[in-house]
Write a protein that binds this ligand. Structure first.
Ligand SMILES: [Cu+2]
Length: 138
């Protein structure tokens, strides 16, 4: 369910699979997802952009650390300073990306509809918090 890949490896794979035109995905065409993701969230200095997102069940979200410091995508209330920053539907296990280094990406697929609120372990205090609403499949 959780994959973590070095950005360079992803770029190389995309360039191999998709040809030269897809090699610019992480360059000027900033904000577009790679071939495996349905939406992209940038992890900037102390925030997620966008901080709220709505997707359909089964879709995959890609977080990109475009900053110079590590971040995380964490949904486990046991790791939160404020429990309201970690929210997920009943019966769904919490997730935690661990440390996502500068330049790395992380992908999560959301099979279950509901509201997910997540935070960065390193910057929750600075209110690095995001929310994803997962709708039932259309
Ligand atoms: Cu952070």
């Amino acid at each position: 369910m959780v994959r973590r890949l070095a950005l360079s490896a992803v770029l190389a794979a995309i360039c191999l699979l998709g040809g030269p035109s897809s090699c610019g995905l992480f360059g000027p065409a900033h904000g577009r997802p790679d071939s495996q993701a349905d939406a992209v969230i940038d992890m900037s200095f102390h925030n997620y952009k966008p901080s709220t997102l709505t997707i359909y069940a089964g879709q995959t979200v890609e977080w990109r650390n475009i900053s110079l410091v590590p971040h995380s995508v964490t949904n486990d209330p046991a790791l939160a300073l404020y429990t309201q920053d970690a929210r997920r539907p009943d019966g769904v296990a919490p997730f935690n990306s661990g440390k996502v280094k500068a330049g790395d990406i992380i992908l999560f697929r959301f099979p279950t509809p509901g509201v997910y609120r997540y935070f960065c372990i390193y910057h929750e205090k600075q209110r690095m918090v995001g929310e994803i609403t997962v709708l039932p499949p259309p």
